[in-house]
Design a protein around this ligand. Sequence first.
Ligand code: CP
Ligand code: NVA
Length: 316
Amino acid sequence: MTSVKLNPEFKGRDFLAISDYSPGEVQEILDLALHLKRLQAQGVPHPLLAGKTLGMIFQKPSTRTRVSFEVGIFQLGGYGLFLSPNDLQIGRGETIKDTALTLSRYLDGIMIRTFSHDEVLELAHYASIPVINGLTDLLHPCQVMGDLQTILEHKGRLRGLKCAFIGDGNNVCHSLLAGGAKVGMDVVVACPAGFEPRAELLARARQDALATGARLWVVQDPREAVEGADVIYTDVWASMGQEREAEEKERHFARYQVNATLVAAADDDVIVMHCLPAKRGREITDEVMDGPHSVVFDQAENRLHAQKAIMALLMQ
Ligand code: CP
Ligand code: NVA
């Protein structure tokens, strides 16, 4: 058994966006994630959420998020309930407000993956318990917390690194910009015209970056982006919900593939990241994904540890 001291300032808060947390708080979550990972590896029990329950609402499919949250709450001594739209009355039109007010009477926390970010904001507004964003069309903050942990483990630092995100200016890209801003890591996004990250989110991240010195910018040329990069990051060209646009997007993104030629243009010790699931042979080749630079399964693992830290702090 271990005694972990949890900062009471996190108690009861939501985790909807990395931008809601200060640089010091982001670091504190990462420190706890690394600590919990060590405890788990050593077989030291850490039931920080004994007897507590997390409801997990999934309006989109998931492998990593579902399994890592469910296993994570179990390792913390709590219990996770998987709630699909078919199980909830939301699927039959019950309002988000009434769902939030009801679930707050049973649970100690809610994790939600859905389409509209506003839906998550509404849920968090009405819920009296912490709400954790497990991905919306706009953001994927838990992903990036696990990613920052992964970069830290491989590079020994975050500040001053250069991360090149190659692909769609999507939810993962938005959270990566927000995360880079908080930890002082430069993030350059290379994407085709018309697929840039949202201007207001880039502006917000740049505002946050004033405190850490991170530089955040957007280019069109993937080769230019990876020059001197410590990290290359990519994601699917068509996200969940964009299935109908997938074919057209493939045409726009053809020259944005992370392949051996692109990786060779970066630093020799560059790490290659992908939040997964990947479309092998599209945005990333087999050779790179299975190659020596790839850390994609470390990323997948660190979702577990980062989210355990988030749950422990918020639901304490
Ligand atoms: N990266 C990620 O969120 O994966 P899942 O969609 O499998 O949860
Ligand atoms: N951008 C991807 C991330 C999946 C984890 C999507 O939203 O489908």
